[in-house]
Design a protein around this ligand. Structure first.
Ligand code: NAP
Ligand code: ZN
Length: 360
């Protein structure tokens, strides 16, 4: 099949919009509606993510892992996916380890999985693709079709909070009312993942703060404040830090920043490392940092990706948030561009939260 696609040749620099032949013969035929762009796509295109590679025997990789698609033809299937349905394709495809075999390739034990648009499997930034029904998650509420492209980034957040639920059982983590209202969460960074973490943290009831090393624009501040999240620039005013934090989520990937915030954690605190930035400068920590972590029972965990269950939970959240917050969620999509506008892969747009490519 010939498709118009956004391609790159990892690990080389570069991105093209071109027609290319792909060899697929799978039971469900789909057309993307929107595909989202994130730092990973930009990292692959700039040649700075050495783990990206093209499908076996190919030089070119079709980009794209954040997608909302429409089914254009479907063979009968047990999951009831039919022509006309909106679906979100799952990015990771299982290998043969025990976690992959039970549907949790997000916890792959041997690294033998593939990721669409990233590692060894063509992605969704193309005029058409084909897939198996088990790799598709149906969007039940057609009202969220315009925001369901956020399902993929949000599923990472759902997985990370699942990790939080597991690890927080190590002691009584809730407040004296058995809830989280008196607990404090800090989200480091103000990008799209940070924003989704902020909303999820508010769903738990945490007093939620977002921070960056610079001030934020008025329009972003208004969006952050709507779900009662407080933004502060940690290089200027640190007064909100005096009561410490119980949960920290880092989306910056910057070691010095992460250690700065680890030193703000309260007893039994949980730090989730999520952001990755291979280009961040090196930083050091010393014996007193280690003492701080140990004496306070602080848990530091890494969390990557998510599985079908997290896509499903993400869709439920988007449905609810769409009702609860209205245009706040659609305003997260700060620009919609055409597939031939490949310049958007070269740098972040001013004021960008999420840029998406429209395929219709
Ligand atoms: P993004 O928009 O680039 O978010 C990164 C945020 O961190 C930006 O707001 C950035 O601010 C901020 N930041 C950078 N350095 C900082 C510092 N020293 N102090 C405070 N804030 C700082 O990217 P995203 O799409 O939201 O993704 C966030 C991160 O998660 C990326 O590193 C991405 O690769 C990673 N990721 C991880 C997973 C996973 O499964 N673990 C999945 C998807 C993405 P400025 O923009 O102002 O610099
Ligand atoms: Zn595996």
């Amino acid at each position: 099949m010939k498709v118009d696609a956004i391609t790159t040749e990892p690990p080389k620099w570069g991105v093209k919009y071109e027609d290319i032949d792909v060899d697929e013969n799978l039971p469900i035929k789909l057309k993307p509606v929107y595909t989202g762009i994130c730092g990973t796509d930009r990292g692959i295109v700039s040649g700075s993510l050495p783990f990206a590679y093209a499908p076996h025997g190919r030089q070119k990789l079709i980009l794209g892992h954040e997608c909302l698609a429409k089914v254009i033809e479907a063979e009968d299937n047990d999951l009831g996916i039919k022509t006309g349905d909106y679906v979100v394709p799952i990015v990771r495809r299982p290998g043969k380890c025990v976690n992959c075999l039970i549907g949790r390739s997000d916890n792959c034990s041997d690294g033998d999985k593939h990721e669409a648009g990233i590692t060894g499997l063509n992605g969704f930034m193309r005029s058409e693709f084909q897939d198996y029904p088990q790799n598709l998650v149906k969007v039940e509420d057609p009202d969220i079709a315009s925001i369901a492209v956020l399902t993929e980034p949000l599923k990472n957040v759902k997985k990370a909070f699942e990790m939080f639920d597991t690890v927080s059982k190590k002691s009584v983590f809730t407040d004296a009312n058995g809830a989280y209202d008196e607990k404090r969460a800090i989200i480091i960074g103000t990008g799209s993942e940070a924003f989704l973490y902020g909303l999820a943290s508010r769903d738990y009831g945490f007093q939620t703060y977002m921070t960056n090393r610079h001030p934020e624009t008025e329009s972003k501040l208004r969006m952050i404040e709507r779900p009662n999240i407080t933004f502060y620039d940690y290089t200027k005013d640190t007064s909100v830090e005096k009561n410490g934090f119980d949960l920290a989520v880092d989306t910056s990937g910057d070691p010095a920043t992460i250690f700065r915030f680890i030193r703000k954690m309260n007893n039994n605190g949980i730090v989730i490392l999520f952001g990755t930035n291979g280009r961040a400068p090196a930083s050091t920590f010393d014996g007193s940092d280690i003492d701080y972590i140990i004496e306070r029972n602080i848990t530091i965990l890494g969390s990557v990706d998510g599985s079908r269950i997290h896509y499903e939970r993400a869709l439920q959240d988007l449905t609810r948030w769409n009702y609860q917050y209205g245009d706040l969620i659609s305003n997260m999509i700060t620009s919609r561009v055409k597939p031939d506008n490949t310049d958007i892969f070269l740098h972040k747009q001013p004021g960008e939260i999420k840029t998406v490519i429209g395929w219709s």
